[in-house]
Design a protein around this ligand. Structure first.
Ligand code: GAL
Length: 414
């Protein structure tokens, strides 16, 4: 009788959704869905590095939930609707700073403070960065890296063929170089992509025109968006935009990067995920310099991972987060991603030359946060700024842009 019942249960189990690979199957319990926008090129290579370490350190299976599109332009919408429907991935990518505060305020992510103690992260990570991951003394995510946003990448051959022999360090040099490239028939002297990439360019111009303190004030209320200095910055930005590819609003950052790789552009303003993408695509003829006029200001952003409320496999997520925070995970990830480790206990010489210089610069430079990548601005502020900058790309109304950005920044103060 008992044996028969057991057999019947066994037969039922074979027919159950679990046995068909449904929600409770053993395979599912091992799965950790990692939601990012790192789907291709250097970004994917970085993620692959992290996954290799996860496979070594954890008895769980990585499930790739990536949604392509630079800066999360598609992923963030998909994620928002999944979170709303109670269908959280096991972990997702979020930027340190105001963007993470949005998820915390919405009660969508769990407090990780106890795990920080257990894993020794409180000592291994810089306290300033931990502050950007915390609200009311609780820490909500594990950072994978620090990226630098304000870097100007160059195509060395395009510049030398046009007779531009030195990389520009001031706005005046930069405009002169762009004019030279244009005169020599370079079709897009300055390559650029859509909305958020344009916001990055504007931010870099404003760092030059207002200085780091004035720039910070734009996001924390200390600098008046309606001032003449900001108006001058917007005019400089407008001038720079006139040297960019006209079809910029249809381009993701990788399309703009391709213009540089193909020799159709001489310059490209982009974060330091760009060189790893160039390398992943076999392009080595590039140089770099801090955006003209930014001096030693390091505009930063940091990718981090969270434990969402309602994650299906919290234990698996914890193993992912432990990997992200570990010295091995950070090395495997950042060597490929182009960023520098968030941990401070690293050996710089383990990294390629670019990251070695960024590790040094991060220690000595003046740090300012990125709005486009959520360090300084809430998601609402970034969306409003992107839409204002997209509108400006076609109507060129600088006064309208100034007003719209003032309103966008006011949304982001938290
Ligand atoms: C940023 C992200 C970077 C990089 C970039 C381009 O928001 O922090 O890691 O992926 O987008 O997609």
């Amino acid at each position: 009788m008992r044996r028969a019942a057991v057999a019947a249960v066994g037969a039922l189990a074979l027919l159950s959704p679990a046995a068909c690979g449904g929600a409770d199957s053993e395979a599912d319990q091992k799965d950790v869905e990692v939601f990012t926008w790192w789907a291709d090129g250097g970004e994917k290579a970085g993620l692959d590095g992290l996954v290799a370490t996860f496979d070594e350190q954890c008895d769980y299976s990585f499930v790739n939930g990536a949604v392509a599109g630079g800066a999360g332009s598609n992923a963030k919408q998909v994620l928002a609707s999944r979170l709303q429907q109670g269908d959280a991935p096991d972990t997702f990518q979020a930027h340190a700073g105001a963007e993470l505060s949005d998820y915390i305020a919405a009660g969508q992510v769990e407090d990780l403070s106890a795990l920080y103690e257990e894993w020794g992260l409180t000592e291994a990570l810089p306290s300033g960065l931990i502050d950007n991951l915390s609200v009311d003394g609780k820490i909500y995510s594990v950072p994978a890296n620090i990226h630098r946003a304000n870097v100007l990448w160059t195509n060395k051959s395009v510049l030398s063929d046009a007779g531009v022999t030195a990389e520009p360090t001031t706005m005046a040099d930069f405009l002169a170089a762009l004019e030279t490239l244009k005169a020599k028939g370079v079709s897009a002297p300055l390559a650029i992509g859509k909305d958020w990439s344009q916001l990055m360019l504007l931010e870099a111009v404003l760092i030059s025109d207002l200085g780091p303190e004035g720039f910070n004030g734009l996001w924390n209320g200390g600098t008046d968006w309606n001032s003449p200095d900001v108006a001058k910055g917007l005019e400089n930005y407008k001038q720079l935009l006139s040297y960019t590819n006209a079809d910029r609003d249809t381009y993701d950052w990788t399309d703009a990067g391709k213009l540089l790789m193909d020799g159709k552009a001489g310059f490209f303003l982009m974060g330091d995920w760009a060189p790893s993408d160039f390398e992943a695509k076999g392009f080595a003829d590039f140089g770099h310099v801090a955006f003209p006029g930014n001096g030693d200001t390091f505009q930063w952003l940091a990718d981090s991972f969270v434990l969402p409320q309602g994650a299906k496999n919290p234990e698996g997520t914890k193993c992912w987060l432990k990997t992200v925070g570990s010295a091995e995970g950070q090395q495997a990830f950042n060597i490929k991603k182009g960023s520098i480790p968030a941990r401070t206990d690293v050996t710089a010489t383990d990294y390629p030359a670019y990251q070695q210089s960024a590790i040094e610069a991060w220690k000595t430079a003046t740090q300012v946060p990125s709005c486009a990548h959520g360090a300084a601005c809430s998601q609402g502020a970034v969306e409003a700024a992107n839409s204002a900058i997209g509108k400006f790309s076609s109507d060129q109304d600088a006064a309208g842009l100034q007003k719209a950005l003032a309103a966008a920044a006011a949304l982001g103060r938290n």
